[in-house]
Design a binder for this molecule. Structure first.
Ligand SMILES: Cc1cc2nc3c(=O)[nH]c(=O)nc-3n(C[C@H](O)[C@H](O)[C@H](O)COP(=O)(O)OP(=O)(O)OC[C@H]3O[C@@H](n4cnc5c(N)ncnc54)[C@H](O)[C@@H]3O)c2cc1C
Length: 383
């Protein structure tokens, strides 16, 4: 039995940071959107991730009034090296002439700032999409909530549900790596420096977060089992072995893990539907591209819809959006996937080639600035 019928121009399925950014960007342009999430509002409080946010992401969040300045830790320099091989490079904010190369923020603080800006009655939480009928001029979504059913009629349905399950529309490439996450106390203090250390197990990232480092310790699944089973002392010792002796680690938070795969939706748009953020592409966390790409999806889609006139989901608008996202998406996927594949092997000739690559980056400022620019701005040209 249907309890209620709602009408909206845009229905956004998934109130993660990307879905919320889209809702805010549309609201800023005076367009109506309805967000729904299967979880209860604020469930993101338990999310263990910390995200490296690019300078360009900060600018977009500031435009939306959702930049949580107090929760962000600035990165002043990034040290890149490989374990058991030569070659290293360092990227600094002075070289890039920016206040910070990026910022590290907990997912929950990012989500809280976006959530606080949502206009009233924008979010239906604890709501599951159970059916979607696509018609010529609108879609009809059936939503189950509080034991009842709601029908939502919308011109456009945006899928922002995060990492998709395996289905024919998604190309999956399993990295056979899991990310083990923890927050650890460094000795000496981090001095706003981030570390990206490539190892045969996978990349190890240390991101400054408050007084601590947020650690993304990437390893094969069996090693992740072992890391999660260790007590704190054994975990800190394992981290120390993997990282080396430049920094010591004195205390750790509980650990969490994420299996890692590249998941690419083959088509970004279909009749009256579009996929953005992790629902469109889920990347390896190395070099922190995922949300930074997703927020650009949300922003660009909002600009396309705002320019579209009355019909938010017309074919020409959606095709234009998909075309416009091609370069940024392909570039971010190739950059991330290329790094993971080149660095996650102990094959000796490749180790030498990687060392030469790092050396070349170190000796060639334009190449280093290109890599840094991608991290700071994404595919957009940087000043
Ligand atoms: C270990 C790790 C480290 C990372 N580090 C970085 C980093 O440093 N920098 C960076 O930019 N990115 C990073 N990322 C990627 C980043 O976390 C994601 O790109 C980002 O969270 C994607 O946001 P989203 O809103 O698309 O999806 P999500 O954050 O997954 O949100 C999706 C929302 O949709 C809801 N939902 C799901 N299914 C349904 C449904 N059927 N109906 C209704 N609602 C639904 C969920 O409840 C959730 O609220 C990292 C990822 C991992 C795993």
């Amino acid at each position: 039995m249907t309890d209620a019928t709602l009408d909206t121009e845009v229905l956004i399925v998934g109130a993660g940071p990307v879905g919320m950014t889209l809702a805010l960007s549309l609201a800023a342009g005076g367009r109506k959107a309805l967000l729904l999430d299967r979880r209860t509002r604020g469930a993101w409080r338990d999310d263990p991730r910390a995200l490296a946010l690019a300078h360009g992401t900060r600018q977009l969040l500031e435009t939306l009034g959702a930049w949580n300045a107090a929760a962000g830790t600035a990165i002043h320099d990034i040290h890149v090296s490989q374990r058991g091989g030569f070659g290293r490079t360092q990227i600094t904010r002075e070289e890039m002439a920016v206040e910070a190369l990026g910022y590290v923020m907990r997912y929950r603080d990012l989500a809280a700032a976006l959530d606080a800006r949502l206009p009233a009655a924008t979010l239906l939480d604890g709501a599951e999409l159970t059916a979607l009928q696509v018609g010529n001029d609108r879609t009809v979504a059936t939503i189950r909530r509080d034991g009842g059913e709601t029908t939502v009629r919308a011109g456009l349905v945006v899928h922002a549900e995060g990492t998709p399950a395996d289905d024919a529309g998604v190309a999956v490439s399993d990295y056979r790596q899991h990310a083990v996450l923890a927050e650890v106390r460094p000795q000496p203090a981090h001095g706003q420096r981030a570390w990206e250390r490539f190892t045969a197990d996978g990349p190890l990232a240390l991101l400054p977060l408050g007084d601590d480092y947020s650690v993304v310790f990437t390893v094969p699944p069996a090693k992740a089992d072992a890391l999660l089973a260790m007590d704190d002392t054994a975990f800190l010792a394992a981290l120390q072995r993997q990282f080396g002796s430049r920094v010591s680690f004195t205390a750790t938070s509980p650990r969490a893990r994420y299996p890692l795969a590249l998941r690419l939706r083959r088509q970004l748009v279909a009749a009256r539907q579009v996929w953005i953020g992790n629902a469109a592409q889920t990347l390896h966390p190395v070099s922190g591209q995922g949300f930074n790409l997703g927020i650009r999806d949300a922003w660009e889609l909002a600009q396309a819809v705002l320019a579209a006139g009355d019909d938010a989901g017309d074919t020409v608008t959606l095709a234009g959006y998909a075309r416009g996202r091609r370069l940024d998406r392909r570039g971010s996927v190739a950059f991330t996937d290329g790094i993971v594949r080149a660095f996650s092997t102990d094959f000796a000739p490749l180790r030498v080639a990687r060392g030469l690559g790092l050396l070349a980056l170190d000796l060639c400022p334009p190449a280093r600035r290109f890599v840094a620019g991608r991290m700071i701005w994404g595919a957009r040209a940087w000043p």
